[in-house]
Design a binder for this molecule. Structure first.
Ligand SMILES: C[S@@+](CC[C@H](N)C(=O)[O-])C[C@H]1O[C@@H](n2cnc3c(N)ncnc32)[C@H](O)[C@@H]1O
Length: 279
């Protein structure tokens, strides 16, 4: 996959190298999710899912992935978009470092962790965590088809403890689905992880209204030397995504997102402790 990127803040242009396995993953994705559904059904579900995400954010918490149509729409449309966006953001954040293991919080179908793992100088392992049972087989399938070593396990971020083994943590489009007390606790624990030299990357929609909690998170990340960015990428959409975009009249002419990032200050990764407590 080749694309040019335009970071709103730095106005930087770059070309990101090909992702191994990307085309065959997309082909397999289409086969997997269009076996029992027609494109028109997925497009209808995509419109409903999009309005859930855009218009009824908080109220839709936990119900977005209910139903075969919405799941297929998420897997076929949002997952490749999130993949491309995270891959492009990681490329913009600095030269590829070797990451050993990415912890993916709210992994969904596994794409955000996979995008970071594949951006590492050598592909990283992945540990995905998600509360929704449907996502786990999807994430495992994503890791397998992309040739990555990854595990996905069920866990509620309100209760689970962050695994200690990772040297990178990503939460892409997950924090918005959490209740405020859970998100606050996670902020505290992610800052502590970053202080231990774990790389932490948060990705969320660019719309300010979508993330009212962002200023507090941005200040907390900047206080410990992290950075906050808004991104607009002109990335040619894969044919499958383009067809759905047109069928659902969504008009994704550019891919946008915002991120918070704490790099490893030593470049060596985290100081080991037994667990990083979540709360
Ligand atoms: C919009 S999806 C994003 C998925 C994936 N990170 C991506 O970028 O495509 C949000 C994910 O967060 C998960 N999630 C929501 N609340 C959660 C919680 N309390 N604990 C674990 N996962 C949660 C959902 O099940 C869903 O898979």
């Amino acid at each position: 996959m080749h694309y040019s990127a335009h970071a709103v803040c730095s106005r930087q242009l770059t070309v990101v190298p090909e992702i191994p396995g990307w085309d065959s993953w997309l082909t397999a994705l289409e086969r997997r999710h269009l076996a029992d559904l027609r494109m028109s059904e997925v497009a209808r579900a995509l419109r409903a899912l999009s309005s859930t995400y855009v218009e009824r954010r908080g109220q839709a918490r936990g119900r977005a992935l209910d139903g075969a149509g919405k799941r297929a729409a998420f897997a076929l449309f949002y997952a490749p978009i999130h993949f491309m966006l995270v891959h492009a953001i990681v490329a913009q954040l600095g030269p590829a470092e070797h990451v050993t293991e990415v912890i993916d919080l709210g992994c969904g179908t596994g794409v955000a962790g996979a995008a970071w793992a594949l951006s590492s100088a050598r592909p990283a392992r992945i540990a995905g965590i998600d509360v929704h049972p449907w996502t786990l087989a999807e994430a495992r399938w994503t890791y397998r088809v992309l040739g990555l070593r990854g595990v996905a396990r069920r866990g509620d971020l309100a209760r689970v403890r962050l695994p200690a083994q990772g040297d990178a943590i990503i939460a892409a489009y997950t924090l918005n689905e959490l209740a405020e007390p859970v998100r606050s606790r996670l902020l505290h624990d992610l800052v502590r992880a970053a202080e231990r030299d774990v790389r932490v990357l948060i990705v969320e929609p660019i719309s300010t209204a979508a993330v009212p909690w962002w200023p507090e998170w941005r200040e907390a990340f900047q206080r410990i030397g992290g950075r906050a960015d808004e991104w607009r990428f002109r990335i040619p959409l894969p044919d499958l995504v383009k067809r759905l975009d047109q069928a659902a009249a969504l008009h994704h002419d550019e891919l946008t997102g915002r991120s918070l990032y704490c790099a490893s200050k030593s470049g060596r990764g985290p100081v080991r402790t037994d667990t990083i407590a979540l709360g």
